[in-house]
Design a protein around this ligand. Structure first.
Ligand code: SAH
Ligand code: SF4
Ligand code: F3S
Length: 470
């Protein structure tokens, strides 16, 4: 892996990449080239895939859902848990036949998994049908790398080991016309002891506020209604910029942008959630009443071993403070079950927090050993069957709470931003409340992109159903 200095990519370099996009377009000479991208992992990866799609659109490629008709297949990978990696290997293995039938097919893999040297070795040795491998830090170089594959017809592997670069002005083709992801910072400095993200995404680096605000202004002009500001820990936004520009200040400025009606953000690390931010959330009318606040574990002992830098009580106090300012807020969380050394008593503390906070929803994960992280070296790993039992118990408790919270919405009128026809039920339209709950209802095309009032007349654990009211 090549070691690189952290820097902002120069305009000359971005122009050079634009040159490669142009060359590829010419090389394809009007042929209808198609691409397919599969994205694993978090919203930041989804946003990266939108950039890959944007660059490919500039190169004259069009999107297809069908692998058989693709000229280029990309896997944008995640390595946060082992099963995310296994899925990618499975997909890559099943592409061998397709590549044999169609040798001109280009197969590319990128993203977090590729930042691990042992993964690149595995692909080099066992997945020889993969043409292109690149990492998280050199995504902006994709046009040049693809050109090299097409030009030389040989494999290209380019992964950098660095604290990261920031590349602006990469063309973006967004998945959704109503809601947009806006990554405001890259990387993570927290080194939670179970987590691989800081190793594969580098150190925290914030995009310049004026660049972010400009991007959101353009989104507003293009008709986007909702934006989600993304970062591994948005609460530490701006700390590396060497000037006074906090996340709270950014939120206040985004709130002034015309056209945008809803603002969301994720993820917030509890240790950095300031009073200034709570006040900004309360004051800004466009900032939705939803907070994703990962607890990870309820036991202070486990939290210490996780290097989370807060105690159970501090977390509970924080939730109380937020609810005092914004009583209608919905709170969601991430929980890891079976961290090394977690005892039954420790796990009871997790259940206790879940019952006290009463989360609207919790994303629950079985602890997964990640090579290179401190927790992976711990001797006292929790047996799989114990993890599973705890996991099921947690799910049962949380599902009951989610359902009870939703039940209270029966008969109430909520504001929904309409996203489009429902994917699961053809006759219905779908959207979300400000508190991020999915609502399905009988709607029409004219409602798409608009805020409509829906009276809830059916409640489920994960979604709501209702009918439009005036
Ligand atoms: N930066 C965000 C989330 C990053 S990863 C945050 O700090 O909240 C998303 C979630 O994956 C984490 O919140 C955590 O719950 C889970 N996760 C991370 N590493 C894991 C591991 N080794 N095993 C199981 N779950 C993990
Ligand atoms: Fe991982 Fe912790 Fe950083 Fe989140 S804050 S990305 S869990 S190291
Ligand atoms: Fe996965 Fe990378 Fe996101 S490891 S969770 S895709 S930052």
């Amino acid at each position: 892996m090549e070691r690189r200095e952290c820097k902002v990519v120069s305009q000359e370099e971005m122009a050079r990449q634009a040159g490669f996009m142009h060359l590829i377009k010419e090389k394809n000479a009007g042929a209808l080239m198609k691409y397919n991208i599969s994205t694993f992992g978090c919203q930041m990866n989804e946003n990266d895939s939108e950039r890959l799609a944007g660059m490919l659109t500039e190169m004259g490629y069009t999107h297809t859902d069908k692998l058989e008709e693709s000229d280029l297949i990309i896997y944008n990978t995640c390595c946060v848990r082992e099963n995310a990696e296994l899925k990618v290997y499975g997909h890559l293995g099943s592409l061998k036949g397709l590549k044999r039938e169609k040798p001109e097919l280009v197969i590319a893999v990128c993203g977090c998994m590729m930042q691990q040297p042992e993964v690149v070795e595995e692909i080099r040795n066992k997945y020889k049908h993969v043409d292109l491998v690149f990492g998280t830090h050199n995504l902006y170089k994709f046009p040049e790398l693809l050109y090299s594959v097409l030009d030389t017809r040989s494999n290209v592997i380019d992964v950098w080991d660095c604290d990261g670069v920031i590349a602006e002005d990469i063309p973006t083709r967004r998945e959704n016309d109503i809601k947009a992801w806006v990554t405001i910072m890259y990387g993570c400095n927290n080194f939670c002891s179970y987590c691989i993200v800081p190793y594969v995404r580098g150190r925290e680096r914030s995009r310049r506020p004026e660049v972010i605000l400009n991007e959101i202004k353009q989104l507003g002009e293009q008709g986007f209604k909702e934006i989600t500001l993304l970062g591994q820990n948005v609460n530490s936004y701006g700390k590396d910029l060497g000037e006074e520009f906090s996340f709270a200040k950014l939120l206040r400025e985004v709130n002034e942008i015309e056209g945008i009606e809803r603002i969301r953000f994720m993820t917030s690390h509890p240790k950095d959630l300031s009073d200034e931010l709570i006040t900004a959330m309360r004051d800004c009318d466009k900032v939705c009443e939803h907070l994703h606040l990962p607890i990870q574990a309820g036991s202070t002992e486990v939290l210490k071993k996780m290097n989370r830098k807060y105690t159970k009580d501090q977390y509970l106090e924080l939730v109380e403070k937020i609810r005092k300012e914004i009583p209608e807020i919905s709170i969601t969380t991430d929980i890891i079950v079976g961290f090394p050394g977690e005892t039954d008593e420790d796990f009871d503390e997790t259940i206790d927090v879940v019952k006290k906070v009463r989360y609207d929803m919790a994303y629950t994960f079985l602890y997964s050993k990640r090579t290179g992280t401190p927790a992976a070296k711990s001797g006292n790993q929790v047996p799989e069957e114990v993890k599973k039992q705890r996991f099921d118990r947690l799910l049962e408790v949380q599902n009951k709470i989610s359902r009870e919270i939703n039940d209270k919405l029966l008969g109430q009128v909520v504001e929904v931003l309409v996203e489009g026809p429902s994917k699961t039920n053809e006759k219905m339209y779908t959207g979300r409340t400000r508190t991020n709950k999915i609502v399905n209802f009988q709607g029409n095309e004219e409602m798409v992109g608009k805020l409509v009032r829906i009276k809830i007349d059916k409640v489920q654990t994960w979604s709501l159903e209702g009918s439009p009211v005036q």
